[in-house]
Design a protein around this ligand. Structure first.
Ligand code: OOB
Length: 572
């Protein structure tokens, strides 16, 4: 146990919670749902009124000796997980961290991530999910925005000294009091997380004290980062009620159960592997979570084989690598029942190869940190699974598909997706001007995604509202062209972007990683589009070859970076 005596319950400061009465105004930067809907979501059983932290003890009671987490050689049973979470929670409180304080969590996939995150949540300390790739610029922005009181980082990971970076942050951020470090060496100015894994007193007394300190289900449980690829990330405060539902309902529509062995190889601080259904959805049903720090195929396949993994989630770029790497005689993926693919558009041609090649089912997941998640059904026909990105998981998810004037488009036509619902907050955390841009006055989140309703009732993502190339006023959807490119035998990966042009504003540039080593000329590529009857203005006007296309932290195509690379090539 660190430092001084356990604090009194009366010490509590209620940082980010909804007021109990008097208009349900949220404290400090959080936009609440209207009271009538809060009552309705509760009455309908979406919101169970439980905190995520209290679930850990429930899981231990229910699943006891079963393995909850696997991280390399470290295996943690449900009972041990609950004990670890309570011990760390007590020590966090003892460090002076309180209900409503924010703690940046910047860890690679490891068991300590799960324990620290749940420990914080248990006592109302709000973990802010910072991805491992963030550096000082992003972290300073996050820490300042939430006035973070603590940060937890690896000492060194992939040869980068996170501890050093975190300690430097404390110099410029007065709120940031504690640097917690996983691994060695721990600086004298930091606190080793492994030192927080023991505490004085017996577990029962500890549990009782922690229950008294527990936040309320309407409070903010954790913060997720928006997936936007422009500008600095925006923060989404998710409450216990809404995120518990997010993970529980996701688990239902993904068919998770006690026999599930879920592999998380995407960065676990992201909504997809964290709670959609991911780690939390798996733990809720007594399954086993296998943590791997990277989706690199050799290690991922070895983990699948060793742990008999049944479900995993991946972004399209990862699935493509797995499809290329897989050798039936060499790799045993026979335990794998389901691969969930989301985060970016999966080309139908690639989708169709998943089941025949890897021998497991495919489920498309179209979700967002802001809330709404769509899943294809486990019994949808294979063409629907290949061509659509699923349907909202909750009967009370509201969606609209609108034109530029905000009017509903005729059924089946593309438009921007707007949404509201029981796990889609009504604004960003301290969102300011972003809230006015991204949310309508009546609480609809403008996703920026262009979708259309498929006859199956599922949604098809047609692209991003801003991912249009404007060629002399004619709008070209990058995605429409990418789908064609993925059907060509020599294309391993493709991204289409607009490049600035004095004459027509922007021209269509095709960026390709080839699968065969051949590099066809522009004329050949244009002939493919001619064969398919495309309008002339959509034809590619430049083609560039790459060894790899740049990806974001989670593995989505990073078009912002791609544009920079293209500009550099142009100059050279
Ligand atoms: C997930 O969340 P974010 O917040 O990183 O990104 C959300 C955005 C969406 O608005 C959409 O533009 C894109 O990522 N996206 C997809 C997609 N899934 C997400 N675009 C096309 N097809 C898909 N299947 O990315 C996320 C969160 C929870 C579950 C799954 C993904």
């Amino acid at each position: 146990m660190v430092g001084r005596a356990f604090p009194q319950v009366t010490d509590r400061v209620h940082g980010w919670r909804f007021a109990d009465s008097g208009g349900h105004m949220a404290r400090d930067g959080q936009v609440p749902w209207p009271p009538s809907l809060m009552a309705e979501y509760t009455a309908k059983g979406y919101w169970r009124g439980v905190t995520l932290g209290s679930l850990v003890g429930e899981w231990a009671d229910r699943y006891g000796p079963r393995t909850a987490l696997v991280d390399g050689d470290r295996r943690i049973a449900y009972t041990e997980l609950a004990a670890l979470v309570d011990t760390v929670a007590v020590n966090l409180v003892d460090l002076g961290l309180r209900d409503g304080d924010a703690m940046l969590v910047q860890l690679q996939n490891c068991w300590e991530f799960v324990v620290t995150t749940l420990a914080a949540i248990r006592v109302g300390v709000v973990p802010v999910m910072a991805l491992p790739t963030y550096r000082e610029r992003e972290l300073t922005h996050l820490a300042a925005h939430v006035e973070a009181a603590a940060i937890v980082v690896p000492a060194v990971w992939r040869r980068f000294d996170y501890q050093d970076m975190a300690l430097r942050l404390t110099d410029s951020l007065p709120h940031l009091r504690h640097v917690l470090v996983v691994g060695d060496p721990v600086s004298s100015r930091a606190i080793g997380l492994h030192g927080l894994l023991s505490a004085e007193g017996d577990a029962q007394t500890r549990g009782k004290l922690l229950d008294d300190l527990a936040p309320r289900a309407t409070d903010v449980a954790l913060m997720l980062m928006s997936g936007g690829t422009t500008g600095l990330p925006k923060m989404i405060a998710r409450t216990h009620n809404d995120y518990e539902y997010n993970a529980r309902r996701s688990g239902e529509v993904s068919g998770l159960g006690p026999e599930t062995v879920y592999l998380t190889a995407l960065p676990v601080g992201h909504n997809f592997p964290l709670g959609s259904p991911g780690v939390l959805g798996t733990l809720m049903v007594g399954g086993r979570v296998v943590l791997l720090p990277s989706p690199e195929p050799r290690a991922a396949f070895a983990a699948i084989e060793r742990e008999r993994v049944t479900v995993t989630s991946a972004v399209p770029a990862v699935v493509q690598r797995w499809l290329e790497y897989y050798e039936p005689g060499r790799h045993d993926l026979s335990s794998l029942e389901l691969i969930q693919v989301g985060g970016a558009r999966l080309a139908p041609e690639v989708a169709l190869r998943v089941t025949p090649r890897l021998g497991c089912r495919l489920q498309q997941v179209f979700g967002m940190a802001e809330g709404l998640i769509n899943y294809t059904g486990l019994d949808d026909p294979s063409d629907v699974v290949a061509e659509t990105q699923g349907r909202p998981m909750c009967p009370d998810d509201e969606i609209r598909i609108v034109d530029d004037d905000g009017a509903d488009v005729p059924e089946g036509l593309p438009g921007e997706l707007l949404t509201r619902g029981p796990y889609t907050p009504r604004g960003y955390f301290r969102g300011g001007v972003h809230n006015a841009q991204s949310f309508t006055p009546d609480g609809w989140y403008r996703t920026g995604d262009v979708v259309r309703l498929h006859p199956s009732g599922n949604l098809v993502v047609e692209g991003r509202k801003k991912d249009l190339i404007n060629r002399a006023g004619e709008k070209v959807s990058a995605q429409e062209l990418e789908d064609v490119l993925y059907g060509l035998p020599w294309v391993a990966r493709a991204a289409v972007v607009g490049v600035p042009d004095d004459e027509v504003g922007e021209r269509v540039c095709v960026c390709v990683v080839t699968s065969s080593g051949t590099e066809p000329g522009l004329a050949e590529v244009r002939a493919e589009f001619a064969d398919r009857g495309f309008a002339l203005y959509k034809f590619p006007e430049r083609i560039e070859f790459f060894d790899e296309l740049p990806l974001t932290d989670i593995g989505k195509p990073d078009k912002k970076r791609l544009r920079v690379l293209l500009a550099e090539r142009q100059k050279a």
